[in-house]
Design a binder for this molecule. Structure first.
Ligand SMILES: Cc1cc2nc3c(=O)[nH]c(=O)nc-3n(C[C@H](O)[C@H](O)[C@H](O)COP(=O)(O)O)c2cc1C
Length: 313
């Protein structure tokens, strides 16, 4: 991976990028529980970053040394803005840059971004080149899906011709959104293509992995370099551990872990960059699996300040 070599185990485990979830606060909590081998930021729009929207976008790029190695995930329309943003990522100390070519959300796709690029290879190639030109020696990867309407291996062939350091494949098409189980057989077919076209590109499989053991098994079965886990952290913040720690966590320990998250939130967003309601989506992760958890969640979600929330915890 060029000068910025990151030595990773095989398979390596990755915390998936999740918009409004995997910010610096949550990444720090996960790092304190059981860190993955690689972290990703939420997706960051390059066109906003290179415009008047820059100030509002910068909190997405905030990070601390605890969340390392950290890949900045970017998306957008204009190659020039990818170029400038890649330069920003170098200056901000990221360990790599990932381009989102998989997000299926309607507004994003209508605007020609993310999974729409599956059907616009000219622009996809320009975006990858512009990012490489701005990134110096940082590794470049793409995160994508199996295809747009149907599985389309010509898309992955095209990506392998772009000489990427890594490719993350979420095992569904754009059309499937998240409605059907991930197709790991198809991810295995993409590994075979990689072996023929671009043997040095690392492949990271993604979709529905809920335990480390399951990830190990899938990596072995399909010869994958890495496994990416997203929603699995919602059921187990220790999902990257090889030990079953979360099951043994007492109600007190679960509340303390949420308190840690809330304190980090208060410290990080002290200028009100994020409203308190953002915490509600995390509450269920921690306040779960014990008698009275539901009632406590309801009370916690009605609090108006972090101090009130912490007092209740
Ligand atoms: C709340 C949420 C936000 C997401 N945001 C992003 C994102 O910003 N960038 C991205 O590439 N994928 C995003 N995804 C997709 C995940 O990275 C991942 O591909 C998907 O959830 C499947 O993996 P999983 O079954 O392990 O969750 C998001 C998923 C969720 C649930």
């Amino acid at each position: 991976m060029g000068k910025n070599k990151i030595i990773l185990p095989k398979p390596f485990f990755v915390l998936a990028p999740m918009d409004d979830v995997t910010d610096t606060v949550f990444r720090q909590v996960i790092a304190g529980c059981a860190p993955p081998d690689v972290f990703f930021t939420e997706f960051v729009n390059v066109d906003a970053l290179q415009s008047a929207g820059r100030t509002a976008t910068l909190p997405r790029l905030l990070h601390t040394p605890a969340e390392k190695p950290l890949i900045a995930q970017i998306w957008g329309k204009t190659p020039e803005n990818y170029y400038k943003s890649a330069q920003d990522m170098v200056a901000m100390g990221f360990d790599g840059i990932d381009i989102n070519m998989g997000c299926p959300v309607k507004d994003v796709v209508r605007n020609g971004c993310c999974s729409a690029l599956i059907n616009n290879r000219g622009l996809a190639a320009e975006i990858i080149q512009a990012t490489k030109d701005g990134a110096g020696s940082l590794p470049i990867s793409v995160k994508t899906r199996l295809g747009y309407h149907n599985i389309d291996y010509s898309w992955h062939e095209f990506l392998f011709e772009q000489n990427l350091n890594a490719l993350s494949i979420h095992g569904r098409t754009r059309k499937q959104m998240s409605k059907v189980p991930a197709n790991w057989e198809a991810i295995g077919e993409i590994v075979k293509l990689r072996d023929k076209i671009s043997p040095t590109t690392k492949i990271i499989g993604n979709g529905d992995v809920s335990t480390r053991a399951q990830g190990m098994e899938l990596a072995a079965r399909y010869s994958l370099d890495g496994i990416m886990i997203g929603r699995g952290v919602f059921n187990n913040p220790f999902v990257f551990s090889s030990e079953d720690i979360w099951q043994t966590y007492s109600p007190r320990q679960r509340k303390d872990l949420y308190a840690k998250h809330v304190k980090l939130f208060a410290k990080t967003w002290k200028n009100n960059e994020k409203p308190l309601v953002v915490l509600n989506k995390f509450c269920k992760i921690y306040i779960n699996g014990f008698d009275g958890a539901k009632e406590l969640r309801e009370k916690l979600m009605q609090t108006k300040t972090t101090n009130e929330l912490l007092a209740l915890l």
